[in-house]
Design a protein around this ligand. Structure first.
Ligand SMILES: Cc1cc2nc3c(=O)[nH]c(=O)nc-3n(C[C@H](O)[C@H](O)[C@H](O)COP(=O)(O)OP(=O)(O)OC[C@H]3O[C@@H](n4cnc5c(N)ncnc54)[C@H](O)[C@@H]3O)c2cc1C
Length: 485
């Protein structure tokens, strides 16, 4: 076996989080090895956020064109998947080739290694025959993979995950979607708008079950209006494939058939593959437990979906900023510049370690109170912080205000496609918002102001004194504040 190669930092998994950490640490002057077994950039640019939002953009254009009738004359729409598939292939993914992304990383001074990495004892990472010894730390950004439920027969069928759904060049005639969460609903609506007969099967009693009940109702109604069949409270028991199509049998004895089956029942980290036992970390958990500086254990940080703090690109990027600051702080301390205040900048270098450029400033602590999330259905479902039921479960003295978009000036003007609402959840004792949901044509954008309010704990009294531009969708926030009780 070759001697270990000594480097400053090894980053395992160059998805959204890992690539950001590795690139920024390399730019700061550390010697960084980034290991990726698949495509640099990870799920988001190749099979997640970016291509799915291109699909949604196209599907929404179709829906808007269909709203011309009754608003602006008539429009004939003939959906064609070819330009969508082409855009995903050529503009989003370079036909699933990461040459540009690898160059982006190496251009920052990082060293790229293609392969599957495993921890190999404290400070060590093995990739095949090569072993790297990290002076300052190891960052795990290994993400998640689709979690496929143990439904009888399913594993033997050619079911789709998000990957095949994103890569599809020719649409099926019909599609069964197993899972009514954000990804399931987004893709179901897209395919339905392109003429696919779509059926969603969800085991829980409502779609988008983690969001407000009212959001589930509006989203389900919107999808049904697009022709999607939705069955909730239905548990898949057995799946068969006869060479042409799928049959899904439910626990209640119902049967659903379709040409294709898309399984989107959540995602799961695969900790067992990472060699965590070699560093004394429990691999039996669902996610890697981290503290508020994303530490897993001495010399190991984690970033992104693998931490279980929210499977969103913006969470991975947010955490990456903290990891970068903390690793640089450690590197600076190791170089002899210890600062007991813990707020030192990471400048200068020392013998034995690579020079560290740049100023990290105070290392921030992760705070997820105001975590925003958006389901990009039409209408969009934006939410931040706690839902009403989450707040009640925590024993908060809850106040709630809700206002419907169609009864707002802008909603009434907008007419077709105006479904939605703003719902506010406040801590009555503190007089601040602790959660909010904004559903509507621009639900994700309206969310921005609400996220600021939750993040900065803006007093309700201040929010009531604000001026809200007329006639915007976000003026519904003022109505919801007025309706609080
Ligand atoms: C269909 C879909 C739509 C989505 N839409 C949105 C959205 O609109 N907005 C949003 O915020 N988020 C969205 N997401 C979620 C988003 O894609 C993830 O939160 C994000 O990709 C997480 O980044 P990550 O770096 O943690 O993990 P990943 O992007 O999963 O990257 C992890 C990387 O690690 C590599 N890896 C794993 N193990 C090893 C190993 N042992 N050795 C070497 N390499 C390894 C993997 O190959 C992978 O490239 C969507 C996801 C999906 C599936």
């Amino acid at each position: 076996m070759a001697d270990p190669e000594l480097v400053d930092v090894v980053v395992v998994g160059l998805g959204v989080g890992g690539e950001e950490v590795a690139g920024r640490l390399a730019e700061a002057g550390l010697s960084v090895v980034g290991v990726e077994r698949d495509l640099v950039g990870g799920e988001c640019p190749y099979w997640g956020c970016v291509p799915s939002k291109m699909m949604i953009r196209a599907a929404n254009a179709i829906a808007e064109a269909r709203r011309v009738d009754g608003l602006a004359g008539t429009a004939e729409v003939r959906p064609d998947w070819a330009p969508v598939a082409k855009r995903i292939r050529e503009e989003a993914t370079d036909t699933w080739d990461d040459t540009v992304a690898v160059q982006r990383f190496t251009g920052k001074g990082g060293r790229f290694v293609r392969g599957t990495a495993r921890l190999d004892g404290p400070g060590r990472v093995r990739v095949g025959e090569r072993v790297f010894q990290a002076r300052h730390g190891i960052v795990l950004g290994t993400g998640t993979r689709p979690s496929v439920p143990p439904v009888d027969g399913l594993a033997d069928t050619p079911y789709w995950t998000n990957r095949q759904a994103i890569e599809v060049e020719e649409l099926p005639e019909s599609l069964l979607v197993l899972g009514g969460g954000a990804i399931g609903l987004e893709l179901a609506q897209v395919f339905a708008r392109f003429g696919v007969r779509v059926t969603v099967v969800e085991a829980l009693d409502r779609v988008l079950a983690v969001e407000e009940l009212e959001a589930s109702e509006v989203a389900a109604a919107a999808l049904r209006a697009d022709g999607v069949e939705i069955h909730t409270g239905v548990r898949a028991e057995r799946v068969g494939h006869d060479g042409h199509g799928f049959t899904l049998h439910t626990a209640g004895g119902a049967e659903f058939t379709a040409e294709r089956l898309l399984v989107v029942t959540g995602r799961r980290a695969h900790l067992d593959e990472l060699g965590l036992d070699t560093v004394g970390v429990d691999a039996g958990r669902r996610y890697l437990a981290v503290d508020d500086r994303l530490h897993v254990t001495e010399g190991i940080w984690a970033v992104g979906d693998v931490t279980g703090e929210g499977a969103f690109t913006h969470v991975a990027m947010y955490q990456a900023g903290i990891v970068v600051a903390d690793v640089l702080d450690h590197a600076r301390r190791a170089a002899g510049g210890a600062d007991p205040s813990g707020t030192a900048s990471a400048t200068g270098g020392a013998s034995g370690t690579t020079g560290v450029r740049g100023s990290a400033g105070a290392v921030p602590r992760a705070d997820y109170r105001a975590l925003p999330r958006v389901t990009f259905t039409d209408p969009e479902v934006g939410a931040v912080g706690l839902t009403e039921s989450q707040a009640r479960e925590r024993g908060v003295n809850v106040q709630v205000g809700l206002a419907r978009l169609p009864s707002s000036a802008r909603g009434w003007i907008h007419k077709a496609g105006n479904e939605g609402f703003v719902k506010l959840v406040a801590d009555a004792d503190q007089g601040v918002l602790i959660g909010a949901t904004s559903v509507g044509p621009a639900g994700g954008e309206v969310l921005s102001g609400l996220a600021v309010a939750v993040h900065a704990a803006v007093p309700l009294a201040r929010l009531r004194q604000m001026i809200y531009a007329y006639p915007t969708f976000h003026r519904t926030v003022e109505d919801a504040l007025r309706n609080m009780s």
